[in-house]
Design a protein around this ligand. Structure first.
Ligand code: AMP
Ligand code: GLY
Length: 426
């Protein structure tokens, strides 16, 4: 199968690495990809949000299957353009992608179909938003409605913080994304990510992961796209999986069919495990980055048939996805200055050594400089994944691989996995 993978980050490197192992893959094309994954397929210089360019590429290369990494092309309707061309697309329609593209849309669907989530209100003017905060008090959560690169959310521990966040949004801090606000109940519990494949009617679970959003050790400092992950999340027991599938994932598949916007793709459920059970924090319409770098190495066997069956409505006949019993842990190696102003162009040594057993290095923001050396070209530059019989072993393997990389101008958190390991020790 001639396949086009869209995206350029560590997530897409992990997807390309997994797809490359499939005997069903005839050619892998990637748009735009990055130099670190160029050995796995043909990278084309077409950006992930250049819909016209992507459609032309599909025609020119005779692509038979499109797999979308990031949300932007989905929200822009790439899948809808491919449908009349007869090209299956792994990733939902533009309407269904509003589950990520608009927090208000996703909250309305959850409310209508009784999917457990935080109670909320939706606002387009500051006065009523402020009145809601006055009525409900803190802690409370203020969210810009649209895509704000993960920065549009304020978890306000005081009323004043919430009021400030409202003013910032309506004063244009997030542009159009902040013209509408969702304000919601604060959920107390442990946060985790859950992934399932939906082909419309049918849903198959994939697995769980936990991310580390803050830049600094001990979960301190500003939020990032994610500094490290592990899979599985210890809170995600088999009973928890069953609860999430029963109360959230299957009802969502049904809901989207009933809405006339059947969901085809991976549903990334951001969850809070609260005392009252699993509640949805948010939906994403794609795999997580860096969650994928710890989830995909655990998938046993060929992923491509599952992605294709997801896109073509044939999941009902498929066996459950098999996961390896091993744990996986991914450490993100970022450029100094990330997340504000990552330093570009610094040289990264020792990257091409054969990997240590049980480890794999995914490139997210690298380039080759004129001298042919690897150099930093982004904020989150590498994702280093270790597998192991236990999470502790996976962590040891990942950090052993990290310590072989020579990059004085880069940094990483030394405590990825701390929450899960503390739980094991308790
Ligand atoms: P979101 O962009 O919706 O995922 O929100 C970003 C982060 O804010 C989440 O990963 C949570 O850590 C936190 N968060 C969002 N909503 C809530 C909530 N209702 N209660 C507590 N924390 C939340
Ligand atoms: N790591 C969080 C995300 O992919 O949205």
């Amino acid at each position: 199968m001639k396949t086009l993978l869209i995206g350029s980050g560590g997530r897409e490197h992990a997807m390309a690495w997994k797809l490359k192992q499939s005997p069903l893959l005839s050619e892998l094309h990637i748009a735009p990809g990055n130099p670190g994954m160029a050995s796995l397929g043909t990278c084309h210089n077409v950006k992930a949000d250049d819909i016209a360019g992507l459609l032309a590429l599909v025609e020119d290369e005779g692509i038979e299957f499109v797999i979308v990494g990031p949300e932007a092309p989905l929200v822009a309707g790439l899948s809808d353009w491919l449908e009349p061309m007869g090209i299956p697309c792994f990733g939902p329609s533009g309407v269904a992608a509003q589950l990520e593209g608009s927090k208000a849309y996703s909250k309305r669907i959850m409310e209508k179909y009784n999917i457990p989530t935080a109670a909320y209100g939706e606002f387009t003017d500051a006065a009523s938003a402020r009145a809601y905060v006055e009525k409900h008090g803190a802690p409370i959560v203020v969210k810009a409605d649209g895509l704000a690169a993960g920065k549009g959310v304020t978890v306000a521990m005081t009323k004043q913080e919430a009021l400030n966040a409202i003013d910032e949004c309506f004063n244009g801090k997030f542009g159009e994304a902040g013209e509408k606000l969702v304000i919601e109940e604060y959920l107390d519990g442990e946060e985790l990510s859950f992934f399932a494949l939906l082909d419309g009617e049918t849903a198959l679970e994939l697995g769980s992961a936990q991310d580390h959003k803050r830049v600094g050790e001990g979960d301190t400092g500003p939020n990032t796209g994610g500094m490290g992950t592990y899979s599985p999340a210890p809170v995600a027991t088999p009973a928890f999986h069953a609860e999430v599938m029963e109360n959230i994932v299957r009802p969502m598949a049904k809901a989207m069919v009933a809405e006339g916007a059947p969901y085809r793709g991976v549903l990334f459920v951001g969850l809070m495990a609260t005392k009252q059970g699993a509640k949805v924090i948010e939906f994403n319409v794609r795999f997580g980055d860096p969650e994928t770098q710890s989830l995909l190495p655990r998938i046993d066997g060929d992923l491509l048939p599952y992605l294709h069956a997801t896109a073509t409505g044939r999941l009902a006949g498929m066996k459950p996805v098999q996961l390896k019993p091993e744990s996986a842990l991914c450490v993100v190696y970022a450029a100094n200055g990330y997340p504000d102003e990552p330093l570009k162009g610094t040289v990264i040594g020792n990257l091409d050594e054969p990997p240590l057993p049980g480890t794999v290095i995914f490139h997210a923001g690298t380039t080759k400089n004129k001298a042919g050396e690897w150099a930093a070209n982004g904020g989150r530059v590498l994702g280093v994944t270790g597998l192991g019989a236990t999470l502790e072993q996976a962590q040891a393997n990942a950090y052993a691989a990290v310590s072989r990389i020579h990059w004085p101008e880069g940094f990483y958190r030394r405590d990825i996995g701390w929450r899960a390991l503390k739980r094991d020790a308790a």
